[in-house]
Design a binder for this molecule. Structure first.
Ligand SMILES: [Zn+2]
Length: 380
């Protein structure tokens, strides 16, 4: 079942707790009849995009938590504790270890934002895996054009766990991580740094918990996202697990975020779906923001990398309509340019948010970091 270079995610199959319920479920016969599914129709295009975008939201939230570890403020200790919980069983991390985690996170961002990450159904030869494997992919230690293979069991997972599975596989496919078994959250919680930093599950759970942290503050009014608690190991019928307060810190929004930076310039990435005909297209846009003390935001669109579907939607080096801050309180900041409505939470010098974009029905996730950062491309 395992072949060299092929990494399998079998969360259900190997977890002792899940095995019982898993077997019981299939004792009545497989729920999925592979000969009935037509491979080409297995993934509806819109579903593919929606789940990938959610996964990318998880990665962007992870980025914001990791960045906020290095900045003095009300969230620094909490963000550090969350990173330590997932990457060193709660123990302290050295500066070098943080640097390595940040380097690996940049690979995930480059993969998520600027490289095609395709979801494809198992090929016929892999159908025997379908009863206990959610997905698999091929290990690569750099970002690039990648395909993640998923089986029908994937669709039995809660939506947030499907996104977690995509992040897990993406971690194999661009960071070259391994599976330090067993799978699942309880195992992630006790792994020392050397294993955790190289463990696909650790990256998946870290990003999912970070997303959940921001989701608690952002709510569902701007953009509806699914419940962001996890289920242990992503198991279909396993016990529901909840994040601890350390894993999912209650973040404090920093309302004067733009006043604390000398030039008040930020690099923003909006990444979403629900565009184009039939609302099934993906988009990724980078913006440089310059925020004035009166709450107006000048927007420059720098040279754009192609988005994860390979398209460049926006001309480079153009000015876009300015945003203005319409609300800034202790919970979040809201901005609008008349067409796009954003709600962001700043955790330190970085933030994450939701955007209802392009009028009715559009949505994207927003990451924001200080300075004019070099645009992550890394396309290969
Ligand atoms: Zn794996």
């Amino acid at each position: 079942m395992k072949s060299p270079g092929c990494c399998l995610l079998m969360k259900n199959g190997v977890k002792e707790k899940s095995v019982g319920s898993f077997v019981a479920k299939f004792a009545h016969g497989p729920r999925h009849h592979f000969h009935h599914f037509v491979r080409k129709d297995f993934l509806g295009q819109s579903r593919d995009v929606a789940e990938k975008v959610l996964a990318m939201g998880l990665v962007m939230a992870g980025e914001a938590v990791l960045r906020s570890c290095g900045v003095a403020g009300p969230n620094q200790t909490k963000c550090n504790a969350a990173v330590q919980a997932f990457f060193n069983a709660g123990g302290a991390l050295s500066g070098e270890q943080f640097k390595e985690l940040s380097r690996k996170m940049r690979m995930m961002l480059a993969q998520a934002k600027c490289n095609p990450t395709r979801l494809e159904a198992f090929s016929e030869q892999k159908w025997p895996l379908a009863d206990n494997v959610f997905g698999y992919t091929y290990k690569k230690d750099q970002q690039g054009d990648r395909t993640l293979y998923i089986g029908p069991l994937f669709f039995d997972q809660h939506l947030i766990d499907r996104a977690n599975t995509i992040v897990h596989e993406m971690s194999h496919a661009c960071q070259g991580t391994s599976d330090h078994k067993p799978y699942g959250l309880p195992a992630v919680r006790v792994k020392p740094y050397a294993e955790a930093s190289d463990n696909a599950d650790s990256w998946g759970y870290f990003c999912a918990a970070a997303f959940s942290s921001f989701h608690c503050k952002l709510g569902n009014e701007i953009v509806e996202v699914p419940e962001s608690d996890t289920t242990d190991g992503g198991s279909v019928e396993g016990p529901r697990m909840h994040w601890t307060e350390v894993e999912r810190p209650l973040l404090m929004h920093i309302p004067d975020w733009y006043q604390t930076h000398a030039n008040a310039t930020f690099t923003v990435c909006l990444l979403g779906d629900l565009m184009g005909k039939d609302n099934v297209e993906f988009h990724s846009i980078y913006e440089y923001w310059t925020v004035s003390a009166d709450g107006t935001v000048a927007v420059l669109i720098p040279a754009q990398p192609p988005d994860a579907s390979g398209k460049r939607r926006f001309a480079s080096d153009t000015r876009a309509s300015p945003y203005r801050i319409t609300f800034s309180g202790n919970a979040f900041t809201e901005l609008t340019d008349g067409l796009n409505n954003l709600r962001i939470v700043m955790a330190g010098n970085a933030g994450f948010g939701f955007c209802a974009c392009g009028g009715v029905g559009g949505r994207s996730f927003v990451s924001i970091a200080p300075g004019r950062l070099e645009i992550v491309n890394g396309r290969r």
